[in-house]
Design a protein around this ligand. Structure first.
Ligand code: MF3
Ligand code: CO
Length: 289
């Protein structure tokens, strides 16, 4: 589509294109000519959309806060599912995982060597020493938020605690590399280098994603990528940083019984934290955590 310079900008601001996103589009085209992967307009969130997505994130954060205050030994992963489902609906939202590509529950609960997509169950009772990722995603009025946190159940081994804390730090290292007009590869390689320096392995096959108007949008986000590679991070691009980090080897397998739950191949512990952010003119703004 050719947009006249005096037409209304594609972003919906109501301003003339020449006074709004024209320079932005020219800059993107220049990067594209240089061979960079660049996002289309549909991936650039408007200020109005960002506000709606933040409202969704209020619910998502409330769920994870509640989990943090009530989780402990003796709690089943099904109870966590019940809490998340109730809080989400009480606040007017819909749990995004439920029925997503057949996922049977409202939240993912991944314990110890489970890497991700653990399915809540009455039979899985948390015990002292477990580490668990609770991955929560909310739809509010069609807008999506997505974040996950780790919880340590009672006293955990020093190694397990270190892993949980280091992976939290890895997300911060990734966030520090989020700068407009740099690439996702700059961010992903920063995370990979940090995790390798601690002796861990980052899962290669499963990554993060664009999010906001859909649960999973472009781009797919790797945390083992290379500097300068992958999509250009431009202001308005929204995605998750959610590295899955194994204490042992990077290899994983999927539970053949449910086709969902991912485990470390060597049975080592795995940890993950997930945040959702939008790229800004100066860096990033956290949307959900
Ligand atoms: N919340 C996960 C993510 O970060 C997606 C899980 S898919 C589900 O992308 F169906 F299991 F919920
Ligand atoms: Co996600």
């Amino acid at each position: 589509m050719v947009l006249g310079r005096n037409s209304a900008c594609w972003c919906g601001s109501g301003k003339k294109y020449k006074n709004c996103h024209e320079a932005f589009d020219e800059k993107i085209s220049e990067y594209k000519r240089l061979g960079y992967k660049v996002p289309g307009h549909e991936l650039i969130k408007t200020p109005e959309q960002i506000e709606k997505i933040k409202e969704s994130a209020v619910i998502n954060r409330a769920c994870l806060d509640y989990v943090g205050a009530h989780i402990g030994p003796g709690v089943s992963t099904q109870e966590i599912d019940d809490w998340v489902a109730k809080i989400t609906r009480d606040m007017g939202g819909i749990p995004a995982p439920l029925d997503y590509e057949g996922f049977p529950k409202s939240v993912c609960t991944s314990v110890n060597s489970q890497v991700c997509h653990g399915i809540p169950s009455d039979e899985d009772i948390l015990e002292e020493g477990d580490i668990i990722n609770v991955d929560c995603s909310t739809i509010l009025d069609g807008y999506f938020s997505d974040s996950s946190r780790m919880y340590m159940i009672g006293d955990v081994t020093p190694d397990a605690k270190q892993l949980v804390e280091d992976v939290h730090e890895a997300v911060k290292v990734g966030l520090d590399a989020v700068k407009p007009w740099r690439t996702l590869g700059d961010m992903g390689s920063a995370i990979n280098n940090f995790c390798k320096s601690k002796g861990y392995s980052v899962v290669r096959e499963i990554g993060g994603h664009g999010v906001g108007l859909e649960f999973h949008e472009e781009p797919w986000v790797s945390y083992v990528s290379e500097p300068g590679k992958e999509m250009l991070m431009v202001p308005g691009l929204m995605f998750t940083i959610e590295p899955m980090v194994n204490m042992g080897k990077a290899d994983i397998f999927i539970d053949a019984d449910n086709d969902w739950t991912v485990y470390t191949d060597d049975d080592s512990l795995s940890a993950q934290w997930e945040v959702q952010l939008v790229v800004t003119e100066t860096g990033y703004e956290l949307i959900c955590w």
